[in-house]
Design a protein around this ligand. Structure first.
Ligand code: ADP
Ligand code: MG
Length: 527
């Protein structure tokens, strides 16, 4: 036996439940006797699937999702192009697929999977919703493309609403609060570090723009509950939750932030479970470069933190991108399982990219990684996974197995049928409109108007920006110079408002108000 055979036989011989990925190739031919597998237990150590367009990333994702589902693990997939919806239908036998499987001594056995479709627009799947409040100022700021200053003003607006116990549920709430604060409520801003009314005005405009793009329907209640994504079917297979994103491809900020929100929900709401036999859920984030593109360093730092901490909650996260360089270095270091498809080089920049990609792989005794990177065929990849001891396995050039379900987009009828049969879809079918900031402010303004009508007009207040119902200050009002901007805060404090969160938390323990704590994405937790 050669050392090549010995290496790959022993390195991937795990004596525990695994998902098979493919077969080791040597000199371009697959070896039926040398299989590459990932221990089920190691899926919470996250992963990266990288490669140029058309090299097989989505099919690798599909294969892993199938394996997880078969093992009773629910998954959540971001379906950017609509070509993962085929998982609802069995694959179609053809010569190519038959030959691919035959080459490793297997039959191609088509199978469909239990899917549940979700959508940000409600078009091809159950409408997902999040409240503005739980979404938080940081992620909302990213969708709205805010500057740092605008971002901190938005954070203050959230704090204001927390303080006043005005729930921000839907877009109307946030719009009403912003409109109010830029007009009648201007004076109230003073207590919040002198937010500029002009900035609030900009926020109003940006919100209206976003609303016009139809994003508003996604904010509100009932909010998506993570328990609904963690189901298994009656035959024990994990549900494949597919977020259909093809219709919002032009709004990458909306869906990348939604996915971050969702990850945050898992992070906050799942109990610590340590290392588990199999993951509770695995998350596949296609087009993950969108997450890191023009993200503030603080946001990236926190993506890294969530990735690190979510592991002990039994959640795995796989990023799918064109090159490992799309993913922040600190996040990359958290991704234990790696499937690197071919990198197609056309320009000098591509060549540089290949060297950079090769450098993120461990040295190989048997393969010339950089050569393989450009020469691998479709559905082939360099693979290294974590063994049960958490040690990376030797890099293997691998022919990936074919997924059993359909590898293409599907007709609307497939979505419609799945939605019609879904109990989850029914739960979220009708939006709820509880009393929240919009209604509270409307009442406040109506009452003020009524008071003005019955009473003789009060003498004009000294400060013209004081609202009619506002009690006069006990202490003499400070002049404009009295309140200076606070000292420079760290980037993390500025954006995530850790001090703000602490203040709110402290206040919550003092009073019997709801305990609202904003965590690392500025999201609500621990309600
Ligand atoms: N593991 C595989 N088994 C069978 N066919 C594959 C496999 N990987 C890729 N292919 C073929 O290559 C095509 C492109 O793969 P895809 O995963 O969509 O590429 P990417 O997501 O990298 O753009 C697929 O439609 C399929 O025909
Ligand atoms: Mg793809």
């Amino acid at each position: 036996m050669t050392s090549f055979d010995e290496t790959f036989q022993s390195a991937y011989a795990f004596n525990e439940p695994c998902i098979e990925v493919g077969n080791v190739t040597r000199d371009g031919s697959p070896r039926a006797d040398l299989t590459i597998r990932v221990p089920l237990r190691m899926f919470n150590r996250h992963g990266l699937i990288a490669g140029s367009t058309g090299t097989g990333k989505t099919r690798t994702l599909q294969l892993l999702a199938e394996g997880l589902s078969r093992n009773g693990v629910p998954v959540f997939l971001a379906d950017v192009k609509g070509d993962l919806a085929g998982m609802a239908l069995p694959g179609v036998v053809n010569d190519k697929l038959t030959a691919r499987m035959k080459s490793v001594g297997k039959d191609f056995v088509p199978a469909s999977f239990p899917v549940e479709f979700f959508s940000l627009t409600g078009a091809r799947g159950t409408q997902v919703r999040a409240t503005v409040s739980s979404f938080g100022p940081v992620l909302l700021g990213k969708i709205l493309d805010l500057t740092d200053v605008q971002q901190s003003v938005l954070a203050m607006v959230f704090k204001y609403c927390d303080d006043k116990q005005m729930p921000l549920l839907d877009f109307a709430d946030l719009r009403s609060v912003l409109v109010y604060l830029s007009d009648e409520g201007k004076a109230e801003l003073k207590q919040y570090g002198g937010m500029s009314g002009a900035t609030v005005g900009v926020l109003v405009r940006k919100m209206v723009e976003l609303e016009q793009q139809g994003a508003a329907r996604f904010f509100g209640e009932p909010e998506l509950e993570i328990a609904d994504l963690m189901r298994t079917s009656s035959d024990g297979r994990g549900i494949v939750n597919i977020l259909s994103l093809a219709d919002v491809q032009d709004k990458p900020r909306l869906y990348s932030t939604f996915l971050m929100w969702l990850l945050g929900q898992f992070y906050y709401r799942m109990p610590e479970v340590g290392d588990v036999e199999k993951p509770k859920l695995v998350f596949f984030f296609d087009e993950a470069h969108l997450l890191f593109e023009d993200s503030s360093s603080a946001l990236v730092e926190h993506i890294e933190q969530v990735a690190r901490l979510i592991r002990s909650k039994g959640i795995g996260v796989f990023f799918i991108t064109q090159t490992p360089k799309d993913v922040d270095e600190d996040v990359l270091a958290q991704l234990g399982n790696r499937v690197q498809h071919a990198v197609r080089a056309f320009t000098a920049k591509d060549a540089k990219n290949i060297r950079a990609t090769a450098s993120t792989f461990p040295e190989s005794e048997f393969y010339e990684v950089d050569k393989l990177l450009t020469n691998m065929g479709t559905g082939e990849a360099l693979v290294t996974v974590l063994n049960p001891k958490g040690i990376p396995t030797p890099v293997a050039s691998t022919q990936i197995l074919a997924p059993a379900s359909l590898m293409s987009a599907v007709d609307d009828s497939v979505y419609l049928q799945a939605i019609a049969m879904s109990s989850v879809a029914k739960k979220y079918a009708t939006p709820i409109d509880r009393e929240s900031a919009h209604e509270i402010l409307k009442r406040k303004l109506d009452e003020a108007a009524a008071v003005e009508q019955v009473e003789p007009p009060p003498p004009p207040p000294r400060q013209s920006d004081r609202a009619p119902w506002e009690a006069p200050d006990e202490a003499p009002r400070r002049t404009t110079t009295a309140r200076r901007p606070r000292k420079e805060k760290s980037a993390v404090d500025q954006i995530f408002g850790s001090r703000m969160a602490q203040n709110v938390a402290r206040q919550a323990t003092r009073t019997v108000t709801q305990s609202i704590v904003r965590g690392i994405f500025g999201m609500l937790k621990g309600r």
